[in-house]
Design a protein around this ligand. Structure first.
Ligand code: COI
Length: 406
């Protein structure tokens, strides 16, 4: 797709001269009237520093107008909910072709045909990663190539073309830098990055969609669970399953998440934080929680279910395994039984959104087992600290996991 020059028109609001960034080709397309109407006014004298950083770091339109006003948000009160930011990244391609070039457009609704593959047949994938702001102003991404590779693996399973690792990285960097003012101050949270890949073309008979859209949007976030960093209470689901052998549980397809809403809703209604799923064959081995992986601690050993097609290969999961081994724990990726879970010293969950979340209790067939007398277990605390210090740039990045944006 050709990158269009940015068109500007100006207005004076409350004595300030403002420029309206009318975006690129995509926005000028008649079908995108609604998106055009949502364009924001930004100061005409927006600092060029962001523009040049973006132009230097990634290949995007260097005339992009990035608002300079500081964001008026209560950074101490961030949860895990969408905050509208300034820009999102969009790139399209046809089935059988490769993605070529995308662009940043103002964040807003998208128009999509009612017969799009993603709406009718769930042909879609998503990713999740985070950007952290450092005290020195630098912005850090945590293992973004891993997300790119996982999207490529998932796109193969879901019969979709995928952006290359390089295209994924460029898009993520561009979106983060264009929304830099929305990155929480150090220690107050992170900018959650949500790449989406979807069959956006029309298809009525069951088949891969003829057109695909890769989109990246962002939102400042704090803790995922309402419990914050306090232990969560899980219930083991024995009837409904998240994934089945040969299915799509091992890729980050959107349908995996809709499939857990019923059990999750029922659990929440009973006061639990979330649901832990079992394997669908034996109903005996742990799989994962709705939105995160699970770990069981016994003495100096830590076990987590092995990746075998029904469990999402979490990037935080993989990182915690390395951090734990580095801290001297013996870590096993293997089938983990409910009995081992109930007999554990500590249990915790990992995920991009949840980071490392300690589990305070598990309820299985009406029997509740609590871990520790109160508060966060020592191992969970130690691993949380080891991981987040790396992510926030407070510890030496021996593993080479951090990508600096400036
Ligand atoms: C993430 O941790 O990034 C996820 O994708 C889970 C999502 C349900 C919030």
């Amino acid at each position: 797709m050709e990158t269009a020059a940015v068109l500007s028109n100006t207005a004076t609001v409350a004595g300030r001269r403002l420029v309206r960034d009318t975006g690129g080709l995509l926005l000028r397309h008649p079908a995108n009237k609604k998106l055009r109407n949502q364009l924001r006014f930004t100061p005409v004298n927006a600092p060029t520093t962001y523009r040049s950083v973006i132009a230097r770091a990634v290949e995007v339109d260097s005339s992009l107008s990035v608002p300079s006003e500081t964001v008026d948000l209560n950074w101490d009160n961030l949860g895990f909910g969408l905050v509208h930011t300034d820009y999102m990244y969009v790139m399209k391609c046809s089935l059988g072709e490769s993605f070529t070039k995308g662009e940043l457009v103002p964040f807003g609704n998208i128009e999509i045909n009612p017969s799009a593959g993603v709406l009718n047949y769930g042909q879609g994938l998503f990713e999740g990663l985070k950007a952290y702001r450092k005290e020195d102003g630098n912005v850090l991404l945590f293992r973004p190539e891993e997300n790119a590779k996982r999207m490529i693996a998932g796109s193969e399973r879901m019969c979709m073309p995928s952006p290359s690792v390089d295209q994924f990285m460029q898009a993520v960097k561009a979106t983060v830098l264009a929304n830099e003012r929305w990155i929480p101050p150090p220690g107050k949270g992170s900018l959650y990055i949500r790449p989406l890949l979807m069959g956006s073309g029309s298809v009525l008979g069951l088949a891969p969609a003829p057109e695909y859209t890769f989109l990246v949007y962002v939102s400042p976030v704090g803790n995922y669970f309402k419990e914050g960093l306090s232990p969560i209470n899980l219930v083991v689901e024995t009837e409904m399953h998240r994934a089945t052998p040969g299915g799509t549980g091992g890729v980050k397809t959107i349908g995996n998440y809709a499939a857990v809403l019923k059990a999750q809703g029922a659990a929440k209604a009973k006061g639990y934080s979330d649901v832990l799923y079992l394997d669908s064959t034996h109903k005996k081995y742990l799989e994962e929680v709705s939105s995160c992986n699970i770990f069981v601690v016994k003495g100096n050993t830590i076990s987590t279910p092995d990746i075998k097609g029904t469990i999402l290969p979490g990037i935080t999961r993989k990182s915690i395994i390395d951090v734990a081994r580095d801290q001297g724990f013996e870590v096993f990726e293997k089938p983990v039984t409910v009995d081992e879970l109930l007999d554990a010293d500590e249990v915790f969950c990992t995920g991009t959104a949840v980071v490392v979340s300690p589990v305070g209790s598990i309820t299985y067939l009406g029997k509740r087992v609590a871990y520790g007398s109160s508060g966060v277990g020592l191992v969970s605390q130690q691993l949380y600290s080891g991981l987040t210090r790396l992510q926030m740039g407070l510890a030496d990045d021996k593993m080479g996991w951090i990508v600096e944006l400036k």
